[in-house]
Design a protein around this ligand. Structure first.
Ligand code: NDP
Length: 282
C-alpha cells in the first residue's frame, strides 16, 4: 500500500450526527500540511450498521478510524485486539490497522495527558477531577497509568462516580476516592492538578462549576475538557487566580496528533491543527 502516488490512503470516523466535523477539518489540515495523500472521512453510522461499517473499512483497506458515542463500547467485539488503556476503560475511540488487524486504542485520555505533559508531569501529583462520564473515565485511567499519587473524583451523581472510583482502585495503582459534589466545593489545599471533565461549559462560556473559586491557588494546574467555546468560566477564573491553565483544545488536538501518528507514523504539527480548530470554534 502507498506505492502508487495516485492512491489515497483512507481513515475515517464512525459517528452519529455531524459532531466529528471539527476533527475532520483538523486531521485533513495535518494531512495537507505534511503532504500526505490521505483522506479522513466522517461517516454517519447507526448502531445497527456498525458491524457492516467496520467490515467495510476492512474491505476497503482503511488504515484506521475514530469512533464516537454511541459506538465506543459496542465497536469492541468487531476489533482484533485492544491497547492497554482501552482494555482498562472498556472503550475505544480510535482503531488502528496494524498488519491487517484493527486494534482498538483510546486517545481521549492520551490526548489529555499529552497536553498536560506540556506543563506538568502528573507522576506523584495529587489530582481533583470533576465528572465521571466517558471523558473522565479516559482521563482518570491515563492519569493513574502515568503515576498520579491520588485521584479525587468529584461528581454530582454517586451512580456514575462509584463505578469509576472502583475501576481506578481495582485496575490501577493510584488510590481514588469519590466526593459527591457538595455546594460550593472547595478544592483541597495541596492539590496539584484540577480537571473539569464534566460537560459544564459546553456551548455556554459563562456556565460555572459549583466551586469556591478562591480555593484555586497559584501553582495549581487547571485543565478543562470543553472545546466549544475554548474559553470557559473555569479557565478564566483559574487564570485570574494565578493558576496554569490548559484549555480543551489541547486535548482534542493531541488526540489528533496521536491518531495521525498511529495511522501514518508521522508526527503531525499541532500548531497547524490548533489553527484550524481556532478558525472553527472562535
Ligand atoms: P458524559 O455525558 O459521559 O458525562 C458528563 C459528566 O458531566 C457527568 O459526570 C455528569 O455528572 C457531569 N455533569 C453534566 N452536567 C452537570 C451539571 N450541571 N452539574 C454537575 N455535573 C454535571 O459526557 P462525556 O464524559 O463524554 O463528555 C464530557 C465533556 O467532555 C463534553 O462536554 C465533551 O464535549 C468533552 N470532551 C472533550 C474532549 C476533548 O478532546 N477536548 C474529548 C471528549 C469529550 P452526572 O454523572 O451526575 O450526570
Amino acid at each position: 500500500m502507498g506505492s502508487n502516488n495516485f492512491r489515497s490512503e483512507l481513515v475515517g470516523s464512525f459517528s452519529e450526527g455531524s459532531n466529528g466535523n471539527p476533527t475532520v477539518a483538523m486531521i485533513e489540515a495535518a494531512f495537507r500540511h505534511h503532504g500526505l495523500n490521505w483522506r479522513y472521512i466522517n461517516c454517519e453510522v447507526t448502531p445497527e450498521n456498525l458491524s457492516d461499517a467496520v467490515k467495510g473499512a476492512r474491505a476497503m483497506g482503511w488504515r484506521g478510524f475514530n469512533c464516537s458515542i454511541p459506538h465506543k463500547v459496542t465497536v469492541i467485539p468487531h476489533l482484533d485486539g485492544l491497547g492497554e488503556s482501552a482494555t482498562i476503560m472498556g472503550a475505544v475511540n480510535c482503531a488502528v490497522n496494524r498488519d491487517g488487524k484493527f486494534i482498538g486504542e483510546n486517545t481521549d485520555g492520551k490526548g489529555f495527558l499529552k497536553s498536560l505533559l506540556e506543563v506538568v508531569d502528573p507522576k506523584g501529583k495529587t489530582v481533583v477531577m470533576f465528572g465521571a462520564g466517558g471523558a473522565a473515565r479516559a482521563i482518570g485511567v491515563e492519569l493513574a497509568l502515568a503515576g498520579a499519587k491520588s485521584l479525587t473524583v468529584v461528581n454530582r451523581s454517586a451512580s456514575r462516580g462509584e463505578p469509576l472510583v472502583k475501576l481506578l482502585n481495582e485496575k490501577t495503582k493510584t488510590p481514588a476516592s469519590l466526593v459527591v459534589w457538595p455546594k460550593n466545593y472547595a478544592v483541597p489545599e495541596g492539590t496539584d492538578i484540577v480537571v473539569n471533565a464534566t460537560s459544564i461549559g459546553l456551548g455556554d462560556g459563562n456556565a460555572a462549576l459549583d466551586i469556591d473559586v478562591n480555593s484555586l491557588k497559584p501553582g495549581m494546574v487547571v485543565a478543562d475538557v470543553i472545546v466549544d467555546p475554548p474559553s470557559t468560566k473555569l479557565t478564566r477564573d483559574a487564570k485570574a487566580q494565578g493558576c496554569t491553565v490548559i484549555d480543551g483544545l489541547g486535548m482534542l488536538i493531541n488526540q489528533g496528533v496521536i491518531g495521525v501518528k498511529y495511522w501514518t507514523g508521522i508526527d503531525a504539527d499541532p500548531a497547524v491543527m490548533r489553527k484550524k480548530l481556532v478558525e472553527i470554534f472562535e
